[in-house]
Design a protein around this ligand. Structure first.
Ligand code: G6P
Length: 607
């Protein structure tokens, strides 16, 4: 899932393309490149690693030209070196690509037989050669692109530029998103509207199977049959300002600290704190009329969904099937007419989540989506959206988006419970009041940073960490382990505390820290028993609990992090913070690239 940009402009475009790529770096940062048409010839600069390397390269070897395409890469086929970096060239054709060409091996063989040679190990280079072959066969640029597109299988967003035509970029979309930006005598193409925000807010999103001819004064969109199609032009709300870190060392730290505020905004969007009830808002389905809710998502968003299973089932008595989207999309789940589907995605572009949504669309059930990017594909393809008001999340490891997803899900659980008649008005009032207090408790937890940093120093010395929790703290144990491994590269596993004795207990010795997430809730004593089992085997326990829990835990711990006593329902919103902080400080001690950890990307638009 790379980021792509194209500009047909009237001033030198290379700096503008780099500016747009900065906004797309969340999609990958293995390498980057820009190509323009300079003095009538295709010219490019590419560099391995972060965008900053490309910027340095362009400083020493600037690129002229008023038309250009650019790319920031998350490697799928071929190692992240300069040769594999985009744009790829073939006989007067330049191409940038996001996605995977699934039939590339077969196309490659075919092109080799025709005498084409390959410089890179990428799947993308076949597209450049295919277009070039059509040109060599006598096709004009637009026709050459269209004929090549028809040969491609898989997922792609493409921008294609031609030597000899300084007023043409062909864009195409099948899967990953692609937006066209309308300017005055200049036009733009980009993976999302935010990339184009410094240039224009007037955006047309291509739909799957669309391809577009982009010239300074004209945009034409066609379908795969070559027929012109009309696509709506809309005003994007993307901001032209690049978000900065403020006084924080990393975006992740800043985003952790923003949580009290963004949780508050998100909850206030769904809950009437004064009236003590869920607000009325547009619903894609009626909670009172469904008997099953299928939730799917990936990564951290999946874990938010997993927390909500406990809430929907406990408070609303609504059975929830929760799936990792890459499993859901292929497992052929039967969906009855009384089912509804809910997708959770910060970016709204995750390929597996989108494919799962489309599976539900085919099944004909109503679809809701919890998204942070309201203009995303998942948002647009849903029957109704529930926005998270987290603001742009830049750190690749999700923090504030997670707690905002939890905020929406908790609000929906209250709404469902009320709509299904499973809670009284007083009970609803009590739950809404509890949720309204979450931002205040979250602020208090942020003040524990010194203690958490001290624990993190210890964690940075070890190779393996185990996280345990029960009930809604089980998904949090999974999230704690995920966060730690993502950014510190320390191996970590999350387990349901009760499952300890069925396997992971074999790993425990005096070198193994075990982080136990256990507020003093209904099943606290059960978790204490599991801690005893760890202690008896020499394991070093780090207990994250509340004041009551700290008093009642009869086990010797290496460290006890004491949070405020909070109501059971909001505990996941509060306990998310110390586990994020623990991962963050550990990564800082390890000296890793916290905001852009190796091999990861923020938006995953490939399978
Ligand atoms: C990537 C990100 C995670 C995120 C997941 C799902 O793995 O690094 O932080 O949770 O994708 O992304 P989504 O945009 O669908 O929430």
């Amino acid at each position: 899932m790379c980021g792509i940009v194209g500009i047909v402009g009237h001033t030198p475009v290379a700096p503008l393309i780099v500016d747009a790529l900065k906004r797309l770096e969340y999609r990958g940062y293995d390498s980057a490149g820009v190509a323009t048409i300079e003095n009538g010839n295709l010219a490019r600069r590419r560099a391995e690693g972060k965008l900053i390397n490309l910027e340095k390269r362009l400083k020493s070897e600037p690129l002229d030209g008023t038309i250009g395409i650019g790319h920031t890469r998350w490697a799928t086929h071929g190692v992240p070196n300069e040769t594999n970096a985009h744009p790829h060239f073939s006989n007067g054709v330049a191409i940038v690509h996001n996605g995977i060409i699934e039939n590339f091996a077969e196309l490659r063989e075919e092109l080799k037989k025709d005498g084409y040679t390959f410089d890179s190990q990428t799947d993308t280079e076949v597209v450049a050669h295919l277009v070039a072959r059509e040109l060599a066969r006598g096709a004009r640029p637009v026709d050459a692109a269209f004929r090549a597109l028809k040969r491609l299988e898989g997922a792609f967003a493409l921008a294609i530029m031609f030597k000899g035509d300084e007023d043409l970029i062909v864009g195409a979309r099948n899967g990953p998103p692609l937006a066209v930006g309308h300017g005055e005598g200049e036009m733009f193409l980009g993976s999302d509207a935010i990339a184009l925000a410094p240039f224009t807010n007037s955006i047309t999103y291509l739909e799957d199977g669309d391809w577009a001819v982009i010239r300074r004064n004209l945009i034409q969109i066609f379908d795969m049959a070559g027929e012109p199609v009309e696509r709506k032009r809309q005003q994007s709300v993307g901001t032209s300002f690049l978000v900065d870190k403020g006084n924080h060392r990393h975006f992740m730290e800043k985003e952790i600290h923003e949580q009290p505020e963004v949780i508050s905004h998100t909850l206030a969007h769904y809950l009437d704190f004064v009236g003590g009830q869920a607000k009325s808002f547009d619903m894609p389905f009626d909670f009172a009329k469904i008997d099953r809710l299928a939730i799917s998502a990936c990564g951290t968003a999946y874990l938010a969904g997993l927390v909500s299973k406990y809430w929907f089932e406990r408070y609303a008595r609504l059975p929830v099937d929760i799936d990792i989207a890459s499993e859901f999309r292929y497992r052929e789940m039967p969906l009855g007419k009384d089912s509804a589907a809910l997708f959770v995605s910060q970016s709204g572009e995750t390929a597996d989540t989108l494919a799962s949504l489309r599976y539900c669309r085919k099944a004909g059930i109503p679809i809701g989506a919890i998204v942070n990017v309201r203009e995303s594909t998942i948002a647009r393809e849903s029957d109704g959206i529930f926005p998270t008001l987290a603001g742009p999340e830049i750190g690749v490891a999700s923090t504030k988006a997670f707690t905002c997803q939890l905020s929406v899900l908790a609000s929906l659980a209250v709404k469902a419970a009320s709509a299904r008649g499973k809670i009284s008005a007083d009970e609803e009032k009590a739950l809404v009041r509890q949720l309204s207090e979450a931002p205040r408790y979250a602020s208090q937890v942020l003040k524990l940073d010194k203690q958490i940093e001290k624990v993190a120093r210890e964690l940075s010395q070890v190779r393996h960490v185990l996280y345990l929790g029960r009930d809604t703290n089980y998904p949090l144990a999974l999230e704690g382990a995920l966060k730690l491994k993502e950014i510190s590269y320390i191996h970590a596993e999350g387990y349901a505390a009760g499952e300890l004795k069925h396997g992971p207990i074999a790993l425990i010795d005096e070198t193994m820290p075990v982080i136990v997430i256990a507020p003093h809730d209904r099943i606290f004593d059960k978790t204490v028993s599991n801690m005893q089992e760890v202690a008896a085997r020499g394991g070093r326990i780090i207990l994250i609990t509340d004041q009551k829990g700290a008093q009642h835990a009869t086990v010797k711990t290496m460290e006890t992090i004491v949070l405020p006593d909070v109501p059971e329902m909001i505990a996941p919103l509060i306990y998310a913070l110390p586990i994020q902080m623990l991962a963050y400080f550990t990564a800082v001690f390890m000296g890793t690239d916290v905001d852009q950890p190796r091999n990861l990307a923020k938006s995953v638009t490939v399978e």
